[in-house]
Design a protein around this ligand. Structure first.
Ligand SMILES: [Mg+2]
Length: 280
């Protein structure tokens, strides 16, 4: 029997925040039961690897923490041993910094007088305006600005909320410092994945984001399977041109990755592939 290795995204593929996507848990467990090797790769770092394994278990998927690679693991690769890191991010980032033998500083214990080597800005449930200001002060004092992911929006059951990439850009805008992103599609995440499984042995990357998952797959030279969910928000584009296939014009598009009529298309080997029908 052919052995298949998959890299599978979580948000927008297995769940929308805390709500399972109907049928996804069963489908993933069936793949595991049929001998597929799945490594879950997420740009989310609100939980530790153990936390994600427990969340998967609640959705009927039996996975060990060793099968989880989150963006906290990736950002940990940007931290040197004994460096002090202001943690304006989730539990997963704390795990990654600990794995790198860095020292986490809680924003509650931070004053502008304390110098830190780096600050990590990422999505977590308790992110606050005060935390944003701590991050800004740290950067103005010379800390490197690190971010688990560059994702702008995070899909929830009630719509999109701001994601860690946009929070990091807020700090960047205020300070002029360029954020260093670690998650998909960037090299630290590729390196973190290769610690678990050789990318040459991976058959497919599966995800719901063209900006992070598809580019991640392309960066590793691995075929990509697109799961259509809510993770690709439309952007206004009043100057849309008609779709090659249907001729319709659209008010929205996904930048260069969506045809102007609203049909999802992307360029691959000089040809346009129609992935799905109209968004609206
Ligand atoms: Mg996703």
């Amino acid at each position: 029997m052919m052995h298949v290795n998959l890299l599978l995204d979580l948000d927008g593929v297995v769940w929308i925040r805390d709500t399972p996507i109907e049928g996804s848990g069963d489908a993933v467990q069936k793949l595991l039961d049929h001998g597929f090797t799945i490594t879950f790769v997420t740009n989310n770092s609100t939980l530790t690897a153990d936390g994600y394994a427990q969340k998967l278990a609640r959705m009927g998927v039996v996975a060990s923490p060793s099968q989880i690679v989150h963006s906290g693991h990736a950002v940990g690769r940007l931290v040197e041993p004994a460096e002090t890191v202001l943690l304006c991010a989730g539990e997963g980032v704390a795990e990654g910094i600990k794995d790198a033998n860095g020292i986490c500083i809680d924003p509650i214990n931070y004053s502008g007088k304390l110098t830190v080597d780096a600050v990590v800005v990422g999505l977590h449930p308790d992110f606050s305006h005060d935390e944003l200001n701590c991050a800004i002060r740290a950067v103005l004092s010379g800390a490197r600005l690190l971010a688990p992911s560059s994702d702008k929006l995070y899909p929830t059951e009630t719509g999109f909320v701001i994601d860690g990439g946009a929070l990091a850009h807020a700090v960047s805008y205020a300070t002029g410092a360029e954020p260093i992103f670690a998650g998909k599609p960037r090299q630290p995440m590729i390196d973190a994945v290769n610690e678990r499984i050789n990318q040459a042995k991976v058959d497919f990357v599966i995800g719901d984001s063209l900006a992070s998952d598809a580019r991640f797959a392309a960066a590793m030279g691995i075929p990509f399977a697109f799961v259509r969910s809510t993770a690709e928000p439309p952007a206004p584009n009043p100057a849309g041109a008609p779709c090659r296939q249907c001729g319709r014009r659209s008010r929205i598009r996904y930048h260069e990755r969506q045809s102007e009529c609203g049909c999802r298309v992307f360029r691959r080997r000089q040809s346009r592939t129609h992935l799905a029908g109209h968004v609206f």
